[in-house]
Write a protein that binds this ligand. Structure first.
Ligand SMILES: NC(=O)c1ccc[n+]([C@@H]2O[C@H](COP(=O)([O-])OP(=O)(O)OC[C@H]3O[C@@H](n4cnc5c(N)ncnc54)[C@H](OP(=O)(O)O)[C@@H]3O)[C@@H](O)[C@H]2O)c1
Length: 240
């Protein structure tokens, strides 16, 4: 069934590939991001059933207004994919960098999730999809705020999933945990393995959205790795 799917952070990488994949499956796509020229390119490429709106998720009130504008352009929203995210892996770390990640990956994310839940509750249905990371499963010295921000995504969405279970609206909440995916975020990073192409990641994320999966590892082999990671005791992580 054709759906109206808003993708927050669709100007590059996973978000842009997902926009193309979901569009090819017959859905109407709403794409957002700060690089408006990329959004216009995507609009020209896909031609029909695509609406675009500028959005900086760190500007909370504007982000909500822009989501409402996007909803009007699309004639409604059935699903929202909260994909916008940044990392500081291997870059100089410090207070400012940490706070920037928290602003985008936690505050920007929570602002749109909470608003979307209310919006979906009022309309009686909806699907919230959050893009987390396998990095959420442990603390990581090379990017402490990033892995912590993604752990927030997991726990926060789990809470919203329970909220949805207890509501009388038909709301689904999905948490997607990608492993390494080739994108601007990972460009030039060292020490990566099992790097997936964005198209492969997008296909599997689109499948998980269709099936309304609660938790989905992308590519799937990361599910097994996650089980192993969860078996590692804290004292091991603490010594790394
Ligand atoms: N690549 C990986 O290996 C990997 C693994 C696990 C999880 N993830 C997650 O997947 C998601 C997408 O990452 P990616 O790898 O595709 O990286 P990417 O190519 O850098 O894409 C990041 C997206 O987030 C948007 N964004 C960043 N800051 C924003 C802001 N302040 N307001 C609005 N949009 C903002 C960007 O749009 P603008 O810059 O145009 O605003 C862009 O569309 C992220 O949440 C990331 O944490 C990635």
């Amino acid at each position: 069934m054709s759906k109206k799917i808003a993708i927050i952070g669709a100007t590059s990488g996973i978000g842009r590939a997902l926009a193309r994949e979901l569009h090819s499956r017959g859905h109407h796509i709403g794409a957002t991001g700060r690089r408006i020229e990329r959004l216009e390119e995507l609009k020209q490429e896909l031609e029909r059933h695509i609406s675009v709106t500028y959005m900086d998720v760190t500007n909370h009130e504007n982000a909500i207004n822009q989501l409402e504008q996007l909803k009007q352009k699309m004639g409604g929203i059935d699903t929202i994919v909260l994909n916008a995210g940044i990392s500081n892996y291997q870059k100089a770390v410090g207070r400012e960098g940490d706070l920037q990640i928290i602003d985008v990956n936690i505050r920007g994310f929570a602002n749109l999730t909470a608003y979307s839940f209310s919006m979906f509750y009022k309309q009686g249905h909806g699907h919230i999809v959050g893009i987390s990371s396998v990095a959420s499963l442990f603390g990581w010295g090379l990017s402490a705020p990033y892995s912590a921000s993604k752990a927030f995504v997991n726990t926060y969405l789990q809470g919203y999933r329970q909220k949805a279970n207890h509501s009388d609206a038909d709301i689904a909440v999905s948490t997607i945990l990608p492993g390494f995916v080739k994108s601007e975020m990972t460009d030039g990073k060292k020490g990566m393995f099992w790097i997936a192409e964005t198209e492969e990641a997008a296909t599997q994320i689109a499948d998980a959205i269709r099936r309304k999966k609660n938790w989905s590892y992308v590519p799937k082999r990361w599910r097994l790795v996650s089980w192993l990671i969860k078996l590692i005791p804290n004292w091991v992580w603490d010594r790394l």
